[in-house]
Design a protein around this ligand. Structure first.
Ligand code: DC
Length: 237
């Protein structure tokens, strides 16, 4: 163990889409003074690249063209002082806002199912966690990216509750949305993420389940923080 990794742990938060993983992961990272990485943002940035480059035709990704273009896709993070978090960049351009659009959400699952895309991003994610002190959320963090993570949380919530939360968020931002469309997108993404061949969404055997259907943000935060503190204390002994 090096000095920089001493007493620091890796926290892997996996789970279904729109469960609030990133929101709580960010808060935990801030509290522990850890790095927070939203791995979904990386897949979304690749999806945005594909949409912009016209690699998605009639809702289908042109796999051959994507594989030819993979070397041209650079994903990085830049610290945003106004939010105190890392924004994702696509070839140097901050795309943190653009990757949240519905068009990206509708196409990202098929792109995240491509083995070469996953290999590229997983290698970067592992590199980011080499000094520990990181909270990363996604679908395969506890199973593939950091199978040795000291704390693994698997988050879930009722699909209708997740859709309602996402709907309220978008309405608050004055974005025109339809509840049924959001619910359909969420359930389709869940099914796709769970049934894909490459690193399907699945609870790691040693992950702790957090069903937040009836929990407030504060309750989720306290619950995860408690688990993290227990682990950190154990590693300090
Ligand atoms: O968490 P999110 O909704 O921003 O994720 C976007 C998509 O990327 C979603 O379809 C699942 C996929 N994803 C993944 O396959 N593996 C990850 N580690 C993170 C996200």
């Amino acid at each position: 163990m090096t000095d920089s990794t001493k007493n620091k742990i890796v926290i892997a938060i996996d789970g279904y889409s729109s469960c609030g993983k990133s929101t709580v992961a960010k808060e935990i990272a801030k509290k522990l003074n850890y790095i927070f990485i939203d791995s979904g943002a990386m897949y979304r940035a690749v999806a945005l690249y594909c949409l912009r480059a016209g690699l998605v035709v009639d809702g289908q990704i042109n796999l051959k063209a994507l594989l030819e273009n993979l070397g041209k896709i650079q994903i990085s993070f830049v610290f945003n002082p106004s939010t105190a978090h890392n924004d994702v960049c696509l070839n140097g351009e901050n795309v943190e806002q653009e990757i949240r659009q519905l068009a990206v959400a509708q196409n990202v699952s098929q792109i995240a199912a491509i083995a070469s895309v996953r290999q590229l991003l997983v290698a970067q994610q592992q590199q980011m966690g080499r000094s520990k002190g990181i909270v990363m959320d996604g679908r395969d963090i506890g199973t593939v990216v950091f199978p040795q993570a000291e704390l693994k949380i698997f988050m879930t919530a009722d699909a209708k509750i997740r859709a309602q939360r996402r709907y309220d968020e978008m309405i608050a931002k004055n974005e025109p949305v339809d509840f049924e469309e959001i619910l359909k997108n969420i359930t389709e993404r869940d099914r796709f993420d769970e049934t894909r061949e490459e690193s399907p969404l699945r609870k790691a055997a040693d992950a702790i389940v957090l069903d937040n259907s009836l929990m407030t943000r504060e309750e989720q935060f306290e619950w995860i923080l408690g688990k993290a503190q227990e682990k950190v204390m154990r590693y300090e002994l």
